[in-house]
Design a protein around this ligand. Sequence first.
Ligand SMILES: Cc1ncc(COP(=O)(O)O)c(C=O)c1O
Length: 287
Amino acid sequence: MANDKTDNNDCAAYFNGQYMPLREVNISPLDRGFLFGDGIYEVVPVYKGKALGGVQHWQRLLEGLNSVDIPLDLTVQELSNIAQPLLADNEPAQMLYVQITRGVEAVRKHRFPVDAKPTVFMFSTPFTPPIDMSYPGCDAYFQQDLRWQRCSIKSISLMGNVMSYMQLAHDGVANSEALLVRDEYVVEAPSSNLFIVKNGVIFTPPVDNILAGVTRKIIIDLAESQGIPVKQLAPTVEQVKQADEVWVSNSFEELKPIISIEGEKVGVGKPGPIWQRLLSSYQRLKQ
Ligand SMILES: Cc1ncc(COP(=O)(O)O)c(C=O)c1O
């Protein structure tokens, strides 16, 4: 996740019951998060000390942990209380990173049962939302979706996602977006959800085997509350190419317009009017 140039090492952190600067966090090399990528994470956007979609982020975290049998004995409220000292009322925007792993085992082994207590780690860092009304738009390229088959789980094992960005970098377009294709349908981007607009109707893939983005849900609710129809259907590659507008959403980039795909313009090749409307509604939620 890109963010401001602030050295993250100076940020406030929480680690297994204690608060400390991030640089003082001492994670065991035997932590299963480190050895196996055996953990779940969240990224929560915070504006002036207040999380946007906080409850949804905590719930998704608990659901993810539950689906992989990591036994965390904390409620949404308790998690939120732990995070509170990391959040600052006087910071315009912060990203709260949360990672829970299965914990440290004395012996490295694949098999269960695992004799470990979950590792609970959080840190917050200031950031500047990178997209505003003056944002000129981003280019995108289709890629085959190489990720695992349980993409609704926000696993810390992100090699498939990393390889998408690696491919963009190898192709000399590191700052472009990848649009991930499964069987002719475009389902997601490596770190964001997909939306297209055609003839005034918004289409977004259903959350069957993609991450149920908190920003995605906020955008759907905003659109519907303004009478803009939303259909939860995955578009084909051809439908994405023919769309009037294409955007991707996540907690950090909020709503990012795509203005070209494979070198061809999306619509008129500029961020569109429905994007403008929804991005400005989203900004109002931060106040
Ligand atoms: C694969 C993927 N899809 C979608 C999202 C968007 O989720 P959210 O809006 O909750 O940040 C993310 C965020 O990291 C992601 O990694």
